[in-house]
Design a binder for this molecule. Sequence first.
Ligand code: T5A
Ligand code: NA
Length: 215
Amino acid sequence: QSQSASTRRGALIVVEGLDRAGKSSQCEMLREYLSKGGNAVKYIRFPDRTTPIGQLIDSYLRGSANQDDHSIHLLFSANRWELAKSIEQDIASGTTVIVDRYSYSGAVYSAAKGNPTLSLDWAWLPEIGLPRPDICLFLSISAEEAAKRGGYGAERYENETMQTRVRELFRSLFGRQEDIAVIDAGKSLEEVSIDIQSVVADCIGRLDATGPLRT
Ligand code: T5A
Ligand code: NA
């Protein structure tokens, strides 16, 4: 038993959702829950604004630099690729990795701009081959609930037109991506956390932890 325990991999858990759905709060609560359960856990978020590519993304989001739509899209993707090896290594060594936003945000926010040469299909291509999540928790919240959690901030994309398109595009992804669990994020922090815990416990229970990450 101890032999197989040493080769068990961690799970790759992605948390996605609209702005102010509670992703970061829930990632933190999930991290705590899994740690208490004796799991090695790591939390990462995209964009990772600390790398050189992340710094370019940060100035773009803050509005201090402009970028061609395709160019910034590829930088968001490159920001995931530059961490791909380290995610794979963590998972292989038995650490569960919780990721705050991933390829789904990547494809959806870029496609939501309505650029005629930047379709959802085009946007998805550079994501192919990245470590594939065991589960993606999509935190779903209505525009009304989101508004109660505070007005739009100053960053690019934090406006109503963009948010409405993002909402529609996320919904269209549910049809084509398996392994998305839609969570009602309009409930209290605690209630949402409990729903997430049960989906994650179920996913980890079904996981073939001696096999590799799915491709
Ligand atoms: N983007 C991102 C791309 O265009 N391409 C990409 O490839 C990627 C990865 C920055 C932007 O970049 C875009 C998408 C974004 O526009 P970000 O830094 O993740 O992405 O965005 P943030 O601003 O950090 O995150 P959000 O605004 O989306 O917030 P969260 O993480 O969903 O929400 P959270 O947990 O910070 O909570 C927000 C507020 O609501 C309260 C919290 O206390 C907090 O005040 N709250 C609740 N209140 C009541 N009930 C609940 N259940 C609550 N849950 C949270
Ligand atoms: Na966040």
